[in-house]
Write a protein that binds this ligand. Structure first.
Ligand SMILES: *Cc1c(COP(=O)(O)O)cnc(C)c1O
Length: 234
């Protein structure tokens, strides 16, 4: 079942769009099933849960006597990240998609400097009309790009956004267009800002209910959870 959805999505998505399987609230066995169907990128939204899954995989490797089992799995972090939880997340992930404040960006940069690493991130932009959602404003993006401060231990790979929770397709398209407008701000800084590398092209938008619209509008990364793993029991 999980494997079939993965295969169907991979058949359907253009080659330019990466599939990120959002495994939050689902057991490690579900991740294994998706992995066996060829899925490699998984995303979690809570530090404790990510860490538990990383440790579960280590245990399974020992149980199986296969140190390389699932060694090419990639973890992304997509939830709100508190600065006191960085060490639970940053050692294990290849991308933090949810940098939603300048304070967090600075904290990740400092952690990277202290640990001799460069952390790949996406800047999460506030594009929805849901007040509960997080993200940077256009003003804050501009502050990051135009500021004096250079983030040497962070690589900004692009932007991430989440549309308003609604069935209204026009509202969703409007939110996604807002993200494209914010990408234009970023592109204007390529070559001008030390914080914007030239290959800063990732645009992570689209989830189970709105990914076809996102793909049509130029997403490079869709984050799909419930469609693959079923509904979540919170
Ligand atoms: C949970 C979550 C998703 C996946 O949502 P689905 O509707 O289950 O596909 C995508 N992005 C973020 C940031 C999430 O927290």
């Amino acid at each position: 079942m999980i494997g079939e959805v993965i295969k169907r999505l991979n058949g359907e998505l253009p080659a330019t769009v990466k599939l990120v399987a959002v495994s939050k609230f689902h057991p490690f066995e579900a991740i294994q099933e998706a992995y066996e169907a060829g899925q490699r990128i998984f995303a979690e939204s809570r530090p404790q849960e990510l860490l538990a899954k990383v440790r579960r995989l280590e245990e399974i490797r020992i149980e199986r006597g296969e140190p390389d089992y699932m060694s090419d799995i990639e973890w992304h972090f997509i939830g709100h990240l508190q600065t006191n939880k960085l060490k639970m997340v940053l050692p294990y992930v290849s991308l933090v998609q949810s940098v939603d404040s300048i304070r967090l960006l600075e904290a990740i940069d400092n952690w990277g400097a202290a640990n001799g690493k460069v952390i790949n991130v996406l800047l999460e932009c506030f594009i929805s009309s849901d007040e509960t959602k997080q993200g940077l404003s256009e003003r804050e993006l501009t502050d990051i790009f135009s500021g004096e401060k250079t983030y040497r231990n962070v690589r900004i790979c692009g932007l991430m956004g989440m549309a308003t929770f609604t069935d209204n397709e026009d509202v969703i398209r409007g939110d996604f267009q807002h993200l494209l407008d914010m990408q234009q701000i970023l592109h204007d800084w390529i070559g001008e800002s030390a914080n914007v590398p030239s290959e800063c092209n990732e645009l992570s938008f689209g989830m189970s209910d709105d990914y076809p619209i996102a793909v049509e509008m130029g997403s490079t990364m869709v984050r799909i959870g419930s469609m693959i793993f079923g509904s979540r029991l919170y």
